[in-house]
Design a protein around this ligand. Structure first.
Ligand SMILES: *Cc1c(COP(=O)(O)O)cnc(C)c1O
Length: 431
């Protein structure tokens, strides 16, 4: 969802001052937008059952963002030790952290156990790898295979590397019980960036059906179902937003029916990342060069190291495809440009031809020193950054509720770049 008029009106008048102070490029997140959106999620899902969002840390692992999420009562979804450390750093309590692993090591299980996470096991073979004391509460990630069609990003479930097959599931719970588990959850994540709310409703229905099936076989009750993340945001202004109200409404109905049949109701968990933070961040970058080659190029001072999605999800140099991020051109004083347009590619400096924020995009004429705002970078933006080609990751800022701007991560420096090779202890092995 391209940035709201409200965010624009609070930011753009001050943007040139912010750019002068912090330099470009940077991501900036809107605290007010983040809080309103998160509060709205909880309000929509309130009902006769328990609901909890576990924010997917990988979407935006900045501690200040995580603190906001925690402040709204959210837990965290983690899948690596550094993510577990981050969740702990911002004060997550045992039970607030879901550890959703994939191809997990014993060290990772140990770390998750030390913190008291909810274990979400991705494979039947993982059960025996979990160290003692085996958690009482165990969840499995379910992969429905040919029972469900796919979405464009994760692909069809039969091709996905995640989850336990349907025919393995009952055995998996049985094995977990044999190790001492006595409370259970069921998880799935089969969509990514979907705007189709009926797909998510079907996912809730599917989870509840599987719960009934397993319960009937093993005589167990389920503490929760977790529908995963994957709720999409409208990156393109013409995309229709995901209908969260409808999902909440239908989920309530399905849970109500479940209760009528089974006499109890599991909690509903969600681990949304993108939909929580995506629309509330932008990448601000400055035009370095105007170049005329076989196409017209606008070169900016950010590149794929700041935001990988356009380059990664664009399927050709012709069409924007699934990597579309909306772009606004402003003059150096922060006024959005209007007037004559042109068709350009917006490019970074990386030696990779996919390093383009836009291809063949019609935009107002951009000049050197203009500002280019790339929308919807609040999730899977900075977090996916990398330092290939010595292009270092940019700063992150926050527009706070009181109107101040705060640095919440500095830009990387050459010292950071050299850290893993500087001052090495001698470590040579004679063979
Ligand atoms: C990535 C991921 C999420 C978050 O996905 P979004 O598309 O950001 O909502 C949630 N759960 C798991 C297990 C994930 O891998």
């Amino acid at each position: 969802m391209p940035m709201s008029i409200d965010f624009q009106s609070r930011l753009f008048p001050h943007l040139s001052k912010i750019v002068d102070h912090y330099g470009t490029p940077f991501h900036i997140y809107d605290v007010r937008g983040l809080l309103e959106n998160g509060t709205d999620l909880t309000r929509k899902f309130m009902g006769q059952f328990q609901f909890k969002e576990f924010f997917a840390v990988k979407a935006n692992p900045n501690p200040e963002v995580l603190k906001l999420m925690r402040g709204m009562g959210f837990g965290f979804d983690c899948s690596s030790i550094p993510e577990l450390v981050l969740a702990t750093l911002v004060g997550a309590k045992p039970g607030d952290v879901m550890f959703t692993s994939n191809n997990t090591s014993t060290a990772e299980f140990q770390a998750a156990l030390d913190i008291g996470c909810i274990f979400n096991l991705d494979d039947i073979t993982m059960i025996e790898n979990v160290p003692e004391p085996f958690p009482r509460l165990i969840c499995f990630r379910y992969n429905p295979g040919e029972r469900r069609s796919g979405t464009s990003f994760i692909g069809v479930p039969v091709e996905a590397k995640y989850g336990v097959r349907h025919d393995q599931l009952i055995n998996a719970y049985r094995m977990a019980m044999a190790r001492g588990a006595n409370r259970f959850g069921l998880h799935t994540m089969i969509a990514s960036n979907t705007l189709d709310c009926s797909y998510m409703i079907e996912t809730v229905r599917m989870l509840l059906e599987v719960v009934e099936e397993v319960s009937a076989e093993l005589g167990i009750k389920f503490k929760f179902i977790n529908m995963g993340g994957g709720i999409g945001i409208p990156y393109h202004p013409n995309d229709a937003p995901f209908d969260l109200f409808q999902l909440a409404h239908e989920a309530r109905y399905l849970l109500h029916r479940f209760k009528e049949r089974n006499g109890y109701v599991p909690a509903l968990y969600m681990e949304s990342g993108r939909a929580m933070t995506g629309p509330f961040g932008i990448l601000v970058t400055r035009v370095l060069n105007r170049m005329s080659k076989h196409r017209e190029y606008v070169g900016v001072d950010a590149c794929m190291s700041s935001l990988m999605r356009p380059g990664m999800y664009r399927n050709s140099q012709i069409a924007e495809g699934a990597g579309y991020h909306h772009i606004t051109v402003l003059n150096r004083y922060g006024h959005p440009k209007s007037g004559p347009t042109e068709v350009v590619d917006i490019v970074g400096s990386l030696c990779e031809n996919c390093d383009k924020f836009a291809v063949r995009r019609e935009l107002p004429m951009a000049e050197v020193d203009d500002l280019v705002v790339i929308h919807d970078t609040g999730a899977h933006g900075h977090a996916m950054g990398f330092i290939y080609n010595g292009r270092l990751r940019p700063a992150e800022l926050m527009l706070c509720e009181d109107g101040s701007v705060r640095l919440i991560r500095r830009a990387e420096t050459i010292e950071d770049y050299l850290r893993t090779v500087a001052d090495l202890e001698p470590n040579v092995m004679q063979l």
